[in-house]
Design a protein around this ligand. Structure first.
Ligand code: GLU
Length: 556
């Protein structure tokens, strides 16, 4: 080792007195089988958790846990300017809300679990500096005292010469300063960063095999990139390499915006004498905007934030299933064939993720969610709505809790038909509207002055149907009896008892049974579509049904 470099390293990092071996011994290499994968979610606490962040957390979690490996949470809080208060908790809660479990990492603002911590980068400064110091000792890194103005100056010159811009080769003006020159800068207390001395050649290519994108060729990195900023904190590049090595990450799964930086990362790994991990770059989640596609934006798209799904009341499983479907297009087929299974049983394959942008589609999410909710029983639905409304809709919370037995009956309607369950709820915020007519507190008869009866029927006909129905309706009828009574009533009033009869001789009839039953439907709900009429009437109960029919008659 060059003595001057050693002296320089001590001058730059006088407070660092550990050797890298200390950390290399402290963080033992993980003993893994061939299959086991170690992955992480490494967000910055700079604001809300983006749906793209959840996407990468889910993929990383699946890859680790399906291989019996470890998934951990690392908080990347080295950009103190962009950090927001409560950011760490927001991340932890998002993972909790979506049931994404991790084995190591930050579990609250102050607590962490696992043997490879600290899992917050701001608590690892000494580690980064120890390795930066080593690179300086080895002549692989150096201090750079360039001001922003000087850097700007260099860039302008390069632009005017039409050559590659940046801090590299002969443009890297602090690369070869003598120790004395550096000392005099240090004495003047001029702020400095630590740069990595690149030996890359921009005209050469490196190639690596991305787990998702396949074989990738990129230009070598020739820039002397900053590894420690002037405040002593590491840049993303450096922290990534140090952390993912020491924490034993086998698969770095991250957004594709990092793809172009891979040459820098591989170069740093090599300079430190380490084997780079496997990289998997996840496509960005895009949104169709007119003719073009764009990134989901924090400002324009509320659905960019994962808190949106919670507020809207999407069950976390629906969002997870949607994201799994976005990642592996065979998920839907699997779900169809395995309606009872938990999404964790899906044989997720990271290699099957598409290479181009994943298109976000709210309709698809709604569909998946309706299907998911259709598989829940009434009690499960009630519990979900209970928790959701307690937080987001207190009035509704009180209404459904007033008579829990009744609410359960409402959510149980059409739950008997396993082959054709009701699919009218995509999210809990839909429920109030969907079930409004089932609750007197939401459905105020006095306010209804006019009903949505069919315009093709006369008032007198409607009235006649309702008057007669009122007399024949009995709460104790089973479905068959109820239906045959309705058929008789229809026939007596000149309506065909079924579609077939009507179609065969439509001129003989005023209409058919759907018309009569719709009159009853509208009279009890003021809607043309409801859940199964028989079950709805049964749940409403005799008194309510009669009262509603009488009120409807009074408006005619
Ligand atoms: N903190 C980085 C980000 O939020 C992490 C990228 C990575 O996973 O390495 O983009």
């Amino acid at each position: 080792m060059n003595e001057e470099n050693k002296e320089l390293a001590n001058l730059l990092f006088p407070h660092i007195n550990k050797e890298v071996d200390y950390y290399l011994n402290l963080y033992k290499r993980r003993e893994l089988s061939q299959e086991q994968k170690i992955t992480r979610f490494a967000p910055s606490p700079t604001g809300f958790v983006h749906i793209g962040g959840l996407f990468s957390a889910l993929i990383s979690e699946r890859v680790a846990h399906l291989s019996n490996g470890i998934f951990y949470l690392r908080i990347e809080d080295t950009d103190k300017k962009r950090e927001i208060e409560g950011g760490v908790l927001e991340i932890i809660n998002a993972l909790k809300n979506f049931d994404i479990n991790y084995d190591e990492g930050c579990i609250s603002d102050l607590e962490q679990k696992g043997n490879y911590g600290p899992y917050k980068q701001s608590e690892r400064i000494e580690i980064y500096q120890t390795f930066a110091k080593k690179l300086v000792e080895e002549g692989k890194a150096y201090p750079c005292f360039c001001s922003n103005e000087e850097l700007e100056e260099i860039r302008k010159k390069q632009e005017s010469m039409n050559i590659l811009t940046g801090y590299y080769g002969e443009w890297a003006i602090y690369r070869n300063k003598t120790l004395d020159e550096i000392k005099s800068m240090l004495e003047k207390n001029i702020p400095f960063v630590i740069r990595f001395k690149s030996n890359g050649d921009f005209n050469k290519k490196i190639s690596y095999k991305d787990v998702i994108k396949g074989l990738i060729e990129l230009q070598e990195n020739n820039q002397d990139i900053v590894i420690c900023k002037s405040d002593g904190l590491p840049t993303y590049h450096f922290a990534h390499v140090i952390d993912d090595y020491l924490m034993g990450t086998t698969h770095v799964i991250r957004g594709e915006e990092w793809l172009a930086s891979v040459p820098i990362h591989i170069q740093l790994f090599r300079a430190l004498g380490w084997k780079p991990p496997r990289y998997a770059h996840i496509p960005t989640i895009l949104k169709q905007d007119g003719e073009s596609k764009r990134k989901l934006s924090k400002r324009k798209d509320p659905e960019a934030a994962v808190s949106y799904y919670h507020k809207e009341g999407y069950p976390s499983n629906s969002v997870i299933e949607y994201l799994l479907n976005l990642a592996n297009s065979n998920f839907e087929e699997w779900r169809k064939n395995n309606p009872e299974k938990n999404w964790r049983e899906f044989p997720f394959k990271i290699e099957k993720i598409g290479t181009s942008g994943a298109l976000f589609d709210l309709d698809k999410l709604n569909n998946i969610s309706k299907n998911y909710i259709s598989r829940l029983n009434a009690q499960e639905i009630f519990d979900y709505i209970y928790n959701w409304s307690k937080q987001y809709d207190m009035t509704f919370f009180e209404i459904i809790n007033k008579d829990k037995e009744y609410s359960l009956k409402v959510f149980n309607i059409e739950k008997d038909n396993i082959n054709k369950p009701r699919k009218d709820i995509a999210k809990w915020s839909d429920v109030r509207n969907v079930v409004e007519y089932m609750f007197d507190d939401l459905y105020n008869l006095e306010n209804i002055k006019q009903y949505n009866f069919s315009k093709n029927m006369s008032k007198d006909d409607i009235k006649e149907i309702l008057l007669r129905y009122k007399n024949i309706y009995s709460y104790n009828d089973d479905k068959e009896t109820w239906f045959s009574k309705l058929q008789n009533l229809s026939e007596n009033l000149g309506y065909a008892k079924d579609t077939k009869t009507f179609k065969a001789n439509s001129s003989l009839y005023k209409g058919y049974i759907a018309d009569t039953s719709n009159v009853i439907r509208v009279a009890i709900s003021n809607r043309t579509q409801t859940t199964d009429l028989y079950q709805t009437l049964q749940v409403l109960g005799y008194d309510r049904v009669i009262k509603r029919i009488e009120h409807a008659i009074s408006t005619l």
